[in-house]
Design a protein around this ligand. Structure first.
Ligand code: UDP
Length: 255
């Protein structure tokens, strides 16, 4: 018997559903096979995507925890649930997407005169307002202040934590021959006021390039395969998982 029982659906997003459990300190996240891009203008069902993203996120959250970086992750659900369920602590998500870029790609190259792949040292940190209706706009200092979502101290904490996440992730991906080009994370506060990394960390939210591959399309092992119609999306996510499994312990099953 599990230590928890699933309860009502709390929230359904583009890639995940969040369910309550019978315990106030635990919610269950179900990773879906729905793929969306360009603010959901492009949509598809990719069988196995949810499973891969759940497993990859679990391994990465555990890597962060091993570096004393706090996350919402508590463990995977038992295998009988299908492998795309994760148990996490409930958090109040800050409606800001934090993007860290180690190399130029994506929107940065559309908005600035910079070639894809250009190393960015120190890594560039961009904040976006999390609002699909508005298209997740890039925040300026003044707009961030006007929104008053964070105090100056909270913002400094968010940026410090995001940079720590970047350092830890760059290291783990480097060990498996992958370049972490950029990624987006979401952060939130637990009931006791702790700032933690939440949401997911997966090839849906990271750009990952195979270091050993020269070809600019072949090297892509992330959602850009879907965005650019390159095919082999879930296969690429499978590559990422397989490599991480080679250096990470088996993920925890929450019981
Ligand atoms: N990203 C994300 N969700 C978003 C926007 C971006 O996970 O709503 C990730 C994206 O996969 C990439 C990084 O954040 O790894 C930077 O994305 P960028 O700003 O370049 O936007 P894009 O080119 O994806 O529109």
């Amino acid at each position: 018997m599990s230590a928890y029982a699933l309860a009502s659906l709390l929230h359904e997003g583009k890639a995940k559903r969040v369910h309550a459990t019978d315990r106030p300190d635990l919610v269950a996240v179900e990773f879906k096979d729905d793929a969306t891009a360009f603010n959901a203008l492009k949509k598809a069902q990719l069988s196995g995507k949810g499973w891969h993203n759940c497993q990859i996120s679990a391994l990465l959250f555990e890597q962060l925890a091993s570096q004393d970086i706090p996350t919402h992750y508590r463990g995977l659900a038992e295998a009988e649930h299908g492998g795309n369920w994760m148990l996490v602590r409930p958090v109040r998500i800050i409606p800001i997407e934090v993007v860290i870029r180690n190399r130029a790609a994506g929107s940065l190259c559309r908005q600035m005169p910079i070639h894809a792949g250009t190393p960015l040292e120190p890594p560039l940190l961009d904040l976006y307002y999390k609002d699909d209706g508005l298209g997740d706009p890039l925040l300026t200092e003044a707009r961030l202040e006007r929104l008053a979502l964070l105090t100056a101290e909270e913002r400094a904490d968010v940026e410090r934590l995001a940079r720590e996440v970047n350092t830890a992730l760059v290291k783990v991906f480097d060990r498996v021959g992958l370049i972490l080009v950029d990624f987006k994370i979401e952060l939130g506060y637990t009931a006791d006021g702790q700032l933690v990394v939440a949401d997911e960390i997966s090839p849906d939210t990271c750009r990952l390039w195979d270091r050993a591959v020269e070809d600019v399309n072949e090297r892509i092992l992330d959602k850009d395969r879907f965005r650019q119609d390159l095919g082999g999306v879930v296969e690429a996510y499978g590559q990422v998982l397989k490599r991480l499994q080679g250096v990470c312990p088996e993920p925890l099953i929450y019981r």
